[in-house]
Design a protein around this ligand. Structure first.
Ligand code: ADP
Ligand code: C5P
Ligand code: MG
Length: 223
């Protein structure tokens, strides 16, 4: 994989790869509840939640040279290049004092999966996969976009419209499911029925972290 991404160093403590933080990939279709559950996991188990979509959205607002390109890709539900997303994730990881990360919505395709592994040499501890029907995800995404209506949406997203939602479902099936298959074949996938109420889903999520012996750790454990 010839992708060039500069892995930021962690001060005098060496690179990300040398430090080997714990990484859990959190995958699932758009609206399956990744962000909602990651917020709960972060609170209960001391992980730092990094949503790749949120990092990309922040980049579109930062006035950076990539901003317009990223915004256009997101409007179409397309996957932004691995190089751009990995750079944002690694920067956020390096800036954090934690050593446990939930990478929400990453990796979304085989290229990003291979590039992340190549650049960081980090293997995920496991992959949480939120399984949910398209019908339910569509209902949730359209509901999410109602926030703040009928006037100006307070947190409505430009890509939560039916046309883009359908494109995102297609991209998920075609590009992201193969990533899940890759990790399934390595016994790394923990599948969760995400079609249930939030609290019930979290009960199942908790079980995976408890069986991994997770307790809330202190910040700055890898300094
Ligand atoms: P994702 O990050 O996977 O796109 P979110 O966590 O943002 O999904 O959830 C999408 C929308 O669905 C949000 O409005 C959220 O409040 C709602 N939601 C999340 N989980 C559930 C659930 N288990 N049942 C019903 N609604 C949910
Ligand atoms: O995960 P989230 O729903 O916030 O992602 C929104 C959009 O951001 C995706 O549809 C895609 O266009 C872009 N994205 C990406 N690569 C990621 C995460 C998000 O291209 N790893
Ligand atoms: Mg999300």
């Amino acid at each position: 994989m010839g992708i060039a991404v500069d892995a930021p160093n962690k001060g005098t403590n060496g690179s990300m790869a040398e430090k080997k933080p714990t990484v859990v990939f959190v995958l699932g279709g758009p609206g399956s509840g990744k962000g909602t559950q990651c917020a709960n996991i972060a609170k209960h188990f001391g992980y730092t939640h990094l949503s790749s979509g949120d990092l990309l959205r922040a980049e579109t607002r930062s006035g950076s040279e990539n901003g317009t390109m990223i915004r256009n890709m997101m409007k179409e539900g397309k996957i932004v290049s691995a190089k751009v997303t990995i750079k944002l994730l690694l920067r956020a990881m390096a800036e954090s004092c934690n050593d446990k990360f939930l990478l929400d919505g990453f990796p979304r395709d085989e290229e990003s999966r291979a590039a992340f592994e190549d650049v960081t040499k980090i293997e995920p501890a496991f992959v949480l996969f939120f399984e949910c029907s398209e019908e339910e995800m569509e209902r949730r995404l359209l509901g999410r976009n109602q926030v703040g209506q009928p006037s100006v949406p307070l947190s409505g997203r430009e890509d939560d419209n039916i046309e883009t939602i359908r494109k995102r479902f297609k991209v998920f099936s075609e590009s992201s499911l193969p990533v899940i298959e890759h990790y399934k074949s390595r016994g790394k996938v923990r599948t969760i029925d995400a079609g249930r109420p939030i609290e019930e889903v979290f009960e199942s999520v908790k079980a995976f972290f408890i069986s991994k012996n997770e307790v809330k750790s202190h910040c700055c454990a890898w300094l």
